[in-house]
Design a protein. Structure first.
Length: 179
């Protein structure tokens, strides 16, 4: 009997998992799917809205939900609350839910905890902290200056809230441990 290493067990778990990616942006869904496939995940369903995702959660055995925070109709947090209540006929109300967002506001992080989010990951499009503090200004791509954007918490959200779900931020391929 051979013992599997931790990385082998993780690889096997990813290979056997059934993922549901929910995001209204087609490019973001594609990026998440590509990343999952690079990690060995090949059973991936996708939906562009929370309403359509609920139908998938009623009919498929999903192992992990990855969703966007800001979507038209049902937001990611509203969808998470519906899943956790189990009143929508979802197969598994305890499915791990990972929210992927650029929102670092402490209020949103706290709402995510209350909504039953399992993990909070900052997406690669989240502006780095220096973007907010730069004296040269800069724009966010939507015509707003950096000074008009909300500032992130002075300490990391995980530190601020002492949240077990926010022990790790992943941005632009770098992990910054906050534990």
């Amino acid at each position: 009997m051979s013992l599997m290493s931790q990385s082998d067990r993780l690889k096997k778990a990813i290979e056997n998992a059934r993922f549901l990616v929910i995001d209204d942006d087609r490019f973001s869904r594609s990026l998440i799917k590509t990343t999952l496939m690079q990690l060995g995940g090949y059973k991936i369903s996708e939906q562009p809205s929370g309403v359509q995702a609920l139908e998938t959660l009623r009919t498929e055995d999903i192992s992990v939900v990855l969703l966007d925070h800001e979507m038209p109709g049902l937001t990611g947090l509203e969808l998470a609350r519906l899943i956790r209540k189990g009143e929508e006929g979802v197969k598994n109300k305890n499915v791990p839910i990972i929210i992927i967002t650029g929102n670092t506001e402490a209020r949103t992080v706290k709402e995510a905890q209350i909504s039953g989010i399992s993990e909070y990951i900052l997406n690669r499009y989240a502006p780095p902290f220096w973007f907010y503090a730069g004296s040269a200004g800069g724009f966010d791509g939507k015509g707003r200056s950096a000074s008009e954007k909300p500032h992130p918490p002075s300490r990391g959200a995980a530190e601020t809230l002492r949240s077990p779900i926010l022990t790790r931020y992943e941005t632009a391929g770098m992990a910054c441990n906050k534990a």
